[in-house]
Design a binder for this molecule. Structure first.
Ligand code: GDP
Ligand code: MG
Length: 441
């Protein structure tokens, strides 16, 4: 899949700018990627449409290829949607005992997540936690929670046979208040599918428990169904957040986008295994990369740029400090300037060059001039570039003619080179050179 996306983006890379047709072609592949990641169809469609509007309106930034631009816009938008108003807050557990209601379909990981969260609050926040299972359908489910409570060293509500979920909730509240607990987790029963009975029960429990948080636990491998589950639970019970489980598996986690888009509620935690500490706070960047299936590529591009720039800066700084700043170096700098958005942008970045920038502006420095200067350097021989002092008057004439320019312009370039070489040498001795060069790149 990445390959298929890659080839589309490769094709874009070779073109000058993003046309609407290019964006549409690329986004067609992104749409496939989203669906393969199990993002629900309406959510995927909506997302694509929004990105298309953004991408088509956006200019292609200098020094970024069009292909990278599309990846970046898609990636950024995914993160924006997944993240919402900001990073997930900690659980609201002031005013003890604070009830936390765990809801979701059967097998989604409610009981496991309840214990994981309890352990986290106990270990990190030093909270006294009480766990109560309201799963009256399966006696084994109650046992399961009690066993997990024992494992992590927190209390669980004693099991009383024959009680309804509402009765258990009531008893749990009383017990939590009397026992001086900080947090009460209510682990509700799930069904294989959403039904009226389940919703009625959860609503009744909610009204008794008055939870500070209602967390919807969803299997991260859930596909097209995710939208229905999220909409139903949020509509009928009202949720404050989502926990995505089984994100340790092969699934690409598209449910995250569906949940987020449909409920607007934040994804708070991610389950990464069966063990009690396999729970992490939600990180939009990681999940975005996974949904898109290009997280590695984005990271790779960033890393490659970093490494390349660091190495180049190091190499150049060493040369310049030794007073080695020849015409090839100058050519590299000129090309860099064009990429950076011209003389103005570059000078503004270098310390103490504000005045020079002004002079440059007055002297009519612009991209065209930079390109003329590059043409002049290109007309020189290898030897001349390495040591421009060698240039005799006759050679100067030939070089200028070769670039279609006046000799005076070549003389100006040579003078500029001398000044820069001098400055580079000074900066190299003063240190901070590497930094200045990296800024330029
Ligand atoms: P419930 O019916 O919603 O209470 O679901 P359970 O908590 O009983 O979990 C069902 C199964 O999923 C159990 O075998 C858990 O160990 C497993 N499970 C829960 N969360 C995760 C997770 O994040 N990763 C993996 N790999 N398994 C999980
Ligand atoms: Mg359970």
């Amino acid at each position: 899949l990445s390959d298929r996306l890659g080839s589309v983006f490769d094709r874009l890379t070779k073109q000058g700018a993003l046309s609407e047709a290019d964006v549409i072609a690329a986004l067609r592949e992104v749409r496939v990627a989203l669906l393969e990641a199990d993002v629900s169809l309406p959510v995927a469609r909506d997302f694509i449409k929004r990105v298309q509007d953004k991408a088509t309106g956006a200019a292609v930034t200098k020094s970024i290829t069009p292909g990278q631009m599309v990846v970046k816009i898609v990636h950024d938008e995914l993160i924006r949607v997944l993240e919402g108003d900001g990073p997930a807050d900690a659980l609201k557990i002031d005013n003890p005992p604070a009830a936390i209601l765990m809801v979701g379909l059967q097998g989604s990981g409610k009981t496991t997540t309840t214990a994981k969260l309890a352990k986290r609050l106990k270990d990190r926040n030093n909270k006294r936690v009480l766990l109560a299972s309201l799963d009256t359908n399966r006696p084994a489910a109650m046992e399961q929670l009690a066993i997990l409570a024992g494992q992590i060293g927190v209390d669980s509500l004693p099991i009383v046979k024959g009680e309804s979920a509402v009765q258990i909730a009531r008893r749990a509240k009383t017990q939590a208040a009397m026992g001086g607990y900080d947090v009460l987790f209510l682990d509700t029963a799930g069904r294989l599918h959403i039904d009226e009975v389940l919703m009625d029960e959860v609503q009744a429990v909610r009204d008794i428990a008055q939870p500070r948080e209602t967390l919807l636990v969803v299997d991260g491998l859930t596909g097209q169904d995710a939208v229905n589950v999220a909409a139903e639970f949020d509509g009928k019970v009202g949720i404050s957040g989502v926990v995505l489980t089984r994100m340790d598996g092969d699934g690409r986690g598209g449910a995250a986008l569906s949940m987020r888009a449909v409920t607007g509620k934040p994804i708070r935690f991610v389950g990464l295994g069966e063990k009690m500490d396999a729970l992490e706070t939600f990180e939009a960047g990681r999940v975005a990369g996974r949904i898109l299936g290009m997280g590695d590529i984005v990271a790779l591009v960033e890393k490659a740029q970093e490494t390349f720039e660091a190495e180049q800066a190091e190499r150049m700084a060493k040369r310049f400090a030794k007073g080695l700043f020849n015409m090839n170096d100058l050519k590299g700098q000129l090309e860099q300037m064009i990429k950076m958005g011209g003389m103005q942008g570059l000078m503004g970045m270098l310390p103490g060059m504000g005045k020079m920038a002004k002079q440059a502006e007055e002297a009519g420095f612009d991209d065209k001039m930079l390109r003329r200067q590059i043409a002049l350097i290109n007309s020189m021989t290898k030897k001349e570039r390495a040591n421009p002092d060698l240039l005799a008057a006759s050679r100067k004439k030939r070089i200028a003619a070769g670039a279609g320019l006046e000799v005076s312009e070549l003389n100006r370039l040579l003078k500029q080179h001398k000044q820069m070489a001098e400055m580079m040498k000074k900066m190299g001795k003063g240190g901070g050179m590497k930094q200045a060069i990296r800024q330029m790149m």
